[in-house]
Design a protein around this ligand. Structure first.
Ligand SMILES: [Zn+2]
Length: 75
């Protein structure tokens, strides 16, 4: 009986430990690296240069680094 209680306590402890690690994993990883590269950086469809999304020109669903390149793609 005592052994079972100990096992149960151990199981609960391990679950808590896993939950802690799991939460830590969710909390830090996406904020630090993933979002900045995948969401805030785009590449020019004409020359392939990487630039922040808010500085790029969006035309017909594609991103461009400057007006000349967006005009080029339209012709
Ligand atoms: Zn360009």
């Amino acid at each position: 009986m005592l052994g079972k209680l100990l096992l149960l306590a151990l199981a609960i402890w391990m679950v808590l430990l896993l939950l802690k690690q799991y939460r830590r994993g969710i909390g830090t990883r996406p904020r630090q690296s993933g979002k900045f590269e995948s969401q805030d950086m785009v590449s020019c469809k004409e020359c392939g240069v990487h630039l922040p999304k808010n500085e790029s020109i969006l035309k017909k669903g594609a991103y461009f680094c400057c007006k000349e390149h967006s005009d080029k793609a339209e012709q």
